[in-house]
Design a protein around this ligand. Sequence first.
Ligand code: MSS
Length: 366
Amino acid sequence: PAAARPLPAYVAWKDPAALIQHSGTTIETRRSAFGTSPITPVDRLYIRNNLPAPDASIVADRDAWTVAIEGVKSPRSFSLAELKGLGVETVAMVLQCSGNGRGYFPSKPSGTPWTVGAAGCVLWSGVPLRSVAAALGGVAEGMRFVTGTGGEKLPEGVDPKSVIVERSVPLSVMGDALLAWEMNGAPIPLAHGGPLRLVVPGYTGVNSVKYIKRLAFTAQESDARIMSHGYRISPPGGKGDPSQPSVQEMAVKSWINSPSGEGAALKAGPVQITGVAFGGVHAVFAVEVSVDGGSSWLPARFVGPDLGRYAWRNFAVEARLAPGTHKLVSRATDSTGQVQPKDRQENAGGYNNNSWADHALTVVVA
Ligand code: MSS
């Protein structure tokens, strides 16, 4: 393959050969770089920043980072050192950009044309939101949302609401959401939201606010543009507005990573077809694979450990592919019986693409 472009300084420690660099703030994992264990190595994990990452000085003294907690009986700020005393939990979770799969929309929506690689599965450790709220007398009456605000320095001369990364999710996420300081067993790198990140399991990536400065239980959704107009399921050709559904819960999805279709033609003979499958807010239950574009299906088996309902699972099917061209597809079912659909739901932003047909992979066998 062509020599990879050097990565920007804040992600210079990542593996360039494993990544597709769309821009300095949008970097995707190559399909062939996912491997066959459920946790995505941090140096291969995708990056999506709506604003440039803050200065690296914010991770120089992590424990000194502070977050304001509002919308509780006794609001106050906590340092990260203090938060660590309130509780600790670890969750394995698929982190997936709302626009993962956008590149398959024939309408070419504006935004990064991600294929499969704006996703990974990560272990996060931190304090449950419910423990933080409990330490402050509980959530104040009438609050219906959890609103997280990112700690980026905002550009001068523009309305802060038009650029600030501030997202609201329903209060029901309280069961499993964390304020996390650790990722795959190490402090969260700046690029992924260190020193402290809100993580909302089962929800698309934009809802997991990095470098969180304010966690508020609120009666209303944020009126920041990224919430009110951005990340909405808008009709094709339309614009986002607050009446449309926000991009929040993820739905059942899977794709094949190997063979990747990248590189030289495969040799005829037995092949393990592998990929990843997840249910979003529900656990993934089963996966089927087709080597004929979806005409007939084979049951796949899960490979490796089950890290819980928010994680993805690796799957495998053994097949013998004759010389020629084959169209490989996978289709997952979640624990509530929801089957990954054949077709995408058209929308202007190119969000939530879980179509199995769009994720088909054509491979040539010599
Ligand atoms: N946060 C903040 N603060 N900022 C920004 O920009 N972005 C989003 C999230 N969070 C942001 C935040 C998005 S959009 C996403 S995806 C994610 O994040 C990513 O992550 P990483 O770590 O991978 O980079 Mo789409 O839905």
